[in-house]
Each structure stands twice: as structure tokens, then as C-alpha cells.
Design a binder for this molecule. Structure first.
Ligand code: SF4
Length: 60
């Protein structure tokens, strides 16, 4: 799984970082980013993507 965050869509709600703290974090610009060497837990990423209010998380 290769999650990506569209920063133009992210509203910095922090939900993905709560659902999946090993993968997502809020960066210096307060937008969600995928952590380096993130522990890519597919279930968790899917839940975060489904929960994002602006559908900013894409998974391929
Ligand atoms: S859940 Fe979506 S809008 Fe909220 S911080 Fe994560 S990427 Fe941004």
C-alpha cells in the first residue's frame, strides 16, 4: 500500500493521525503527511482514507 495525501484537500483535522499514528503525522505546514519508514498497516490506512472528511488520502 502506498498512501498519499493531497495537501490541497487536507483540512488538518488530524483524524488520520489519530486512526493511524504510525503512518500519518501533521507536518510543519499542519497538513497530514506520510511518515518516513511508515509502518504500512493496510487495514489502518484504509480506515483512515475512508474516514478522511475531504477524501484527501489516496491509496494505490
Ligand atoms: S483525515 Fe484527511 S483532512 Fe484530516 S488531517 Fe488527515 S488527510 Fe487531512
Amino acid at each position: 500500500m502506498n498512501p498519499k495525501v493531497d495537501k490541497d484537500l487536507c483540512i488538518s483535522c488530524g483524524l488520520c493521525t489519530e486512526i493511524c499514528p504510525d503512518v500519518f503525522e501533521l507536518g510543519p505546514d499542519d497538513k497530514a503527511t506520510v511518515k518516513d519508514n511508515a509502518n504500512l498497516d493496510a487495514e489502518c490506512i484504509k480506515e483512515a482514507a475512508d474516514s478522511c472528511p475531504t477524501e484527501a488520502i489516496a491509496v494505490d
